[in-house]
Structure formats: C-alpha cells, structure tokens
Design a protein around this ligand. Structure first.
Ligand SMILES: Cc1cc2nc3c(=O)[nH]c(=O)nc-3n(C[C@H](O)[C@H](O)[C@H](O)COP(=O)(O)OP(=O)(O)OC[C@H]3O[C@@H](n4cnc5c(N)ncnc54)[C@H](O)[C@@H]3O)c2cc1C
Length: 497
C-alpha cells in the first residue's frame, strides 16, 4: 500500500517472489510485493507453467505428506517409484555437464522435499501429474522422468493459491509498479525506486528481495548475451521479465554468475505470438517429438530426437531448432503415433499439415525441400531396428543404425497414413545467467565476493544453478527453495539490524 513503510519489499509476483514473501512474513516482517504487470497479467512466468515441481520423494509416504487426499485406490493404481536425492543430484549434474554450482545445487535438491511440505503447510494443494508424466500400463499409471507433482490448477492455480495465502497472512501487493533502481548509500540497500503510472516513487525498506525474473523478454539482452539470432526467438511466457532485477543489482556492484549465454528454450509453434498468451498457456509447446522425427528446410534430420526422456532434452532443443536454416523445423509423425500425441497438438492455434501419402506430405511441408525429405524418410525407415519393441515408458533402445545422426530410442518408422507434421521454432522460457547469491541466506554477493547488506535474490535471476540444459520442473522448485531462503534471510537481517 502506497506510503506505508515495510520491513521487506519483494520485487515481482511470481512463484519465487511469493515464496520469499511468505517466508519473510512467517518471520514477522511486514511485507510489500511490487509487481510490474497490471493485476490481470500478474504472476510472471510462473502463471504460464504447467505447475510441475521436481522434488525428492523416497516413496508414497512422501507424496501423501503433500497430497493427503490421494486415495487408496489411486495409490494402488499407480507406480510412483521414487525420486531420491541421488537421482535429483545425478540429473542436475548430468544435464548441466557438471557445471551446476555444488552449493546451490545442494540446497535445491536437499531442501526440495521440505520446501514442498512447507508450501503444503501454508495451504498449497498439489496433485500427481497423471496426464503428462505417467503412462497407463496393464491398468497401472507408471510415472517416469522424476517429475510427479504439480500444483492443483497448474500455473494459474499456483498463482491463485499464492494470492490466497498472501492475503490470509497480510502481505500487501501493488500492481503496475516497476522497480528500476535500488536505493543504495554505497554500503547498504535501503529500498527501491519505482515507476508507477508515469510517476517516480521511493519505497524505503529494511531489506529488498529481487525476484523479478531473467532477461528472456528483452530482445536486446537476449541477442547480446545468448548470441546473434536470439532476437528471433519467441518468448513463451510473460513480456515483463526484461532483466530489470539483474541490471539493478549489477549497477550497485553485484557479481554476475552462471551461464549467461544459456537459456531454457523449447520447440514452440512457429507462428506463436512474440510473447506468451495466457489463454493458450504452455500449449504452443510441442513435446511429443521423441516418438517422431524432426526435419529442417533441407528435409534432413539434424538431432537425436530420442537421446533421452523428453524431460531431459526439451529445454535444450529449442536452441537447436533456432540454429537451423530459417530457424524452423517440422515435427513429423505417422498414423501409429498420431493417437499418442499430447493434448497441446489438438489446440486450434496450431501450425499443422496432414496428408495421406508421403508424396503429398512432402509437398505440403512449407519451406522444405520435398526431394530431400522423401530421400531422408526412405533412409530413416530403412535404418530403424524394427526387431526392438517400441515402449514409451523406458528408454527402449529401439534405435536407428548407420545414419549420420542416429535416433537412440523410440525410432518409429514414418510409413502409415495419416501423416501429420507440426512446424516449430524456438520459444525461450527463461535465461540461466544472473547474480551470485549466498546459498544459505539468499543475500546477493558483490564482485569483491562480499554480501551486499539489505539485498536478497531468488528465482530466475539467480545465476549458477542451470547450465546448457535443465531437468523439467526445477524452475519452480528453485524459486521455492531460494525464495524461502531469501525471504528468511531478509527477515533475519531486519531483526539483527
Ligand atoms: C510456458 C512455460 C512453462 C513452464 N513450465 C514450467 C513447469 O511446469 N515447471 C517448472 O518448474 N518451471 C516451468 N517453467 C519455468 C518457470 O516458469 C520459471 O522457472 C519460474 O516460474 C520462475 O519464477 P520466478 O518467480 O523467478 O519468475 P516469474 O514467475 O517470471 O516472476 C517474475 C515477476 O517479476 C515481475 N517483474 C519483472 N520486472 C519487474 C520490475 N522491474 N518491477 C516489478 N516487477 C517486475 C514480473 O511481472 C513477474 O511477476 C515454465 C516456463 C514457461 C515460460
């Protein structure tokens, strides 16, 4: 509320910001959240998500602790398996090529289970991701890929629930307020300068938590840091994450950290709008590619579509598509796979062609050399190891043999009509580079490696966690774990001040 003074100001109103606000409030701090977006567009990328959270669980008991409504029947009909700390660590180290910062990764993984219980304790409801992360085998839902839990109602449900918790606990939120500069006397951060309705205002506070996203929605910064061509990517989520938090912190000497040339970017409908559209959410993504093939303008394959489970490849393949001629690819499926395609392939706003013969199909794929395509399909079909049974639940080893780029798993031939293809480009989700924080307090570290008094950070703008790639569902977990740490750190600092 304007004019009132607060202990902690949190910049942003996505998942990381709410977690910081809840944690600071829990410690007795008065808390104001300032959100750049108008109320109807609030919630950042977090609202665009499917609400999937990657967290450690050693078995059904851990899942029941956060989803007490799970019935015996549901449990009997599911094979949840486990997702142990070791599995989460292994996934983080493997997909980041062993670059993830050991301490940050330790907090992310080691505190994920407790952070979920904490959110549940605040009133957040979760459910198993029956639809997208499990397959029905012999009457049982088998979960795969370590991603089992989502917030009820997906991303919109996550933000609604956060809003209710915040309101119940007396956290104030102002919308349409853009933070642009930290109030800094050379030693201590004492608040934030904002622009609201064209006017400038100073909001004093004992501590500031920046949780206002990366620079994915800033074409200039994308091109500068991710590289030439990245201005051509579409943004999957909010248009408001333009790097303000990072820039504010760097301006007072914060240390930059992490994979500044890296981002989470997926295959995204080629004709999707420049920024995300809340009425479509994440349905412009096209994530059934491991069961089909990807071809570019030459008609040729260019990547191993079945290198790993989708959760471990989807976040890096957007960049691979961006590097293709004219920045597009077609995902190609035949009649065997068409019934298995995810729901997002059935939306109205989709760039799709279908055909009943390969010859007709080849000529319908806009921008593609038809002869190159037909030639590629012939070679690909001949290379499939047909004696291995297709099984989407495991890395089935049904591969191709002898191609310049082999497909390692789930190699299905393209021969039965109806043929369907979907045109995809690159959709950037969020950027990996950001500021350096103290893993235990969330305090921002300056380039002399000293903590900056009064300044804390969480969420996308924290660098050092993700490099090159990302295990699905870790972004919300990171925002939750480090939001909680930063909010607690900010409130503790106020008490010690
Ligand atoms: C389509 C899509 C689907 C995804 N699905 C998943 C998923 O299922 N699971 C998962 O873990 N991750 C998913 N992700 C990644 C996930 O969205 C992010 O990792 C996570 O939401 C980041 O949270 P955050 O709070 O840091 O940022 P955000 O949720 O983006 O919040 C940033 C907030 O800061 C505000 N802001 C920006 N600048 C300013 C300023 N100057 N002043 C004030 N406010 C400002 C923004 O308006 C916004 O409210 C997905 C991403 C996208 C785009």
């Amino acid at each position: 509320v304007a004019g009132k003074s607060y202990d902690v100001v949190v910049v942003g109103a996505g998942n990381a910001a709410f977690c910081a606000a809840h944690a600071a409030r829990e410690k007795g701090a008065s808390v104001l959240m300032v959100e750049r977006a108008p109320q109807e567009l609030m919630g950042g990328n977090s609202r665009f998500t499917a609400g999937a959270f990657r967290c450690v669980y050693d078995g059904v008991d851990d899942l029941k602790a956060i989803m007490p409504d799970l019935t015996k029947d549901e449990i009997d009909r599911s094979d949840f398996g486990t997702y142990t700390q070791d599995q989460f660590y292994d996934d983080m180290f493997r997909v980041t090529n062993y670059r993830t910062d050991g301490e940050l990764c330790d907090r992310l993984v080691g505190r994920s289970r407790d952070a979920m219980r904490w959110l549940h304790g605040k009133g957040m409801k979760f459910n198993p991701i029956w639809g997208r992360q499990a397959y029905l085998i012999d009457g049982k839902f088998k979960f795969w890929g370590g991603l089992t839990v989502e917030s009820t109602g997906g991303g919109p449900g996550l933000i609604d629930q956060h809003l209710k918790i915040a309101s119940k606990n007396g956290i104030d939120i102002r919308y349409g307020v853009r933070a642009h500069t930290l109030i800094y006397d050379g030693n201590v951060v004492r608040g934030v300068k904002v622009k609201v309705n064209g006017a400038h205002e100073e909001i004093p506070a004992k501590s500031v938590v920046i949780a206002c996203g990366g620079f994915e929605s800033n074409a200039e910064m994308r091109t500068r840091y991710l590289g030439p061509g990245w201005e051509l990517a579409k943004v999957r989520g909010t248009s408001y994450n333009t790097g303000d938090g990072i820039n504010m912190a760097l301006a007072i000497g914060a240390s930059s950290f992490g994979n500044w040339s890296g981002s989470h970017a997926v295959q995204w409908d080629y004709n999707a709008p420049e920024f995300g559209d809340l009425s479509v959410g994440d349905n412009f993504q096209k994530h059934s590619y491991p069961w089909g093939i990807l071809i570019n303008a030459t008609g040729r394959r260019f990547v191993d579509e079945g290198a790993d489970f989708r959760n471990y490849t989807y976040a890096k393949y957007g960049a691979v598509v961006l590097r293709q001629p004219n920045n597009f690819a077609w995902q190609v499926f035949d009649g065997k796979i068409v019934p298995m395609l995810r729901d997002e392939y059935r939306i109205k706003r989709v760039s799709k062609v279908s055909a009943s013969t390969l010859e007709e199909f080849a000529h319908k794929l806009e921008g593609v050399d038809p002869q190159g395509f037909l030639d590629e399909i012939r070679k690909y079909n001949a290379a499939v190891k047909k004696d291995v049974k297709f099984n989407p639940n495991v890395k089935d080893g049904r591969c191709t043999v002898g191609l310049p780029i082999n497909k390692s798993n789930w190699a299905n031939t393209i021969e039965e009509p109806p043929f369907e293809a979907y045109q995809v480009g690159c959709g950037v989700s969020f950027t990996f580079g950001g500021v350096r924080i103290d893993p235990d307090t969330g305090q921002v570290i300056d380039s002399d490696m000293n903590p900056i008094p009064g300044l804390y950070a969480a969420g996308e703008l924290v660098g050092g966690i993700f490099y090159f790639n990302y295990p699905g569902g870790s972004g919300l977990m990171s925002g939750t774990v480090f939001g909680r740490i930063a909010g607690t750190g900010a409130a503790d600092a106020m008490r010690n001040a």
